[in-house]
Design a protein around this ligand. Sequence first.
Ligand SMILES: Cc1cc2nc3c(=O)[nH]c(=O)nc-3n(C[C@H](O)[C@H](O)[C@H](O)COP(=O)(O)O)c2cc1C
Length: 364
Amino acid sequence: MANDALFQPLDIGAIHVPHRVLMAPLTRSRAKQPGDVPWELNTTYYTQRASAGLIVTEATCVSPMGRGYAFIPGIYTDEQEAGWKAIVDSVHAEGGRILLQLWHSGRVGHRDLSPNGEAPIGPSAIHAETQTYISADSGMVPVDAPRALETDEIAGVVAEWRVAAERAKAAGFDGTEIHGANGYLVDQFTRDGSNQRTDDYGGSLESRLRFPLEVTQAVADVFGADRVGYRISPKGSFNDMKDSNPVETFSTLARRLSELGLAYIHVVESLWDQERDEESAAAIRDAFQGVYIANGNYTGETGAARIESGQADAIAYGTLFIANPDLPRRLREAAALAEADPNTFYGGAEAGYTDYPALDAATA
Ligand SMILES: Cc1cc2nc3c(=O)[nH]c(=O)nc-3n(C[C@H](O)[C@H](O)[C@H](O)COP(=O)(O)O)c2cc1C
């Protein structure tokens, strides 16, 4: 067996996983229209990947105002909940485990995607220099300028996360991951480049962490903290993000999440061509008592080495899972890996989604 350290079982909070090759959340923009509903095509995709130690689903909107791109699934209607239940049942029938990544896009949005053509919402009215897509043929377009949430609106947004978690639980998910990474709403509150509020939800670090921790508590109240994880990208600049002291910000957050008893912290250490953020990784490993899931440009070998060195407990693989539905087997056998086609990452149908073959079929 190759990459031994990846193939040891692990308890991630209340979730027992047979090995440590986890599937990272991957937006694929293939929800059924109208209604942003998970459907049979998505069921096939996730079921093909059920041999992952754990699947974290694509980012899934907790409310229509959190829908920052077209074709993203939600978890705020009965139809969406039923679609997810079919996916969960199918992954479970194959012996897998699956968590829903709960998400609100915040200021990364567009009037054409909002329920009443409203401006996107954010912690502050700071227009991000980033892009989205609003239809199949829109191409990439600049996001719209956001409006800052009023203080008395925030409890309502937190409640959306709670209701979404209740729906996720009703759909049978093994747990949820809070998307606190990559410049979306939770991350926007966390970092001082996007949060310049002067009320209880901004200013000091403690205040910036208030919304993220209220969301986490709300979700943990539904699932139990030992079935909730949290994703961060401390030095990631995607979606025009910055913070004046990311190591302090995110190690403090990690300590608070640890105190809440969260199952895991999931760290995007490197996104695309970003150099691995060793400084934050070490500080967060130190601050968080639960399971540390590392992500970003890992191979079988580097992932196994990271676990052996004690710097991580498990590895989440993103792009490799797109083209290798049976990735755990391939890493265990040190088999050849297929390469994903970026042209079919977002949107479309089966091509580049459910037509990557598993090993036997690939070598036949
Ligand atoms: C097509 C695509 C979609 C992604 N969607 C999400 C997402 O929905 N939520 C999220 O937290 N990260 C998302 N990411 C980031 C990945 O989870 C992961 O952090 C990144 O691909 C780096 O890991 P890798 O080198 O193993 O691919 C996405 C990445 C890609 C390539």
